[in-house]
Design a protein around this ligand. Structure first.
Ligand SMILES: [Zn+2]
Length: 92
């Protein structure tokens, strides 16, 4: 799952950077998790089963630069979407 963790790391950092510039966006754990999940789920990550039955994920045909751009785009969308549709009614 190394690639998955790697993606999660760069997405987490990116989302924190976006949030730092957006005072009005809710930054509670619920919203953060939603943003992270949304950003990760949209990425072209392909799960595959290994010979010992484990499941790995691999990023499909993406160079590092293309991946960074894709991640940045996804993170902006994720923050935008979740901030407009928080799962909780009141600000936390
Ligand atoms: Zn929230």
């Amino acid at each position: 799952m190394a690639i998955y963790n790697y993606l999660e790391d760069i997405i987490t950092v990116k989302i924190q950077q976006i949030l730092a510039k957006n005072e009005s966006v809710c930054k509670c754990d619920k919203c953060l998790n939603d943003m992270l999940a949304y950003a990760i789920n949209g990425l072209p990550v392909m799960p595959y089963v290994t010979s010992d039955g484990g499941i790995h994920r691999e990023v499909q045909n993406l160079t590092n630069d293309a991946l960074k751009i894709e991640v940045a785009t996804r993170c902006v969308k994720a923050v935008d979407l979740v901030s407009k549709n928080p799962k909780h009614k009141n600000r936390q």
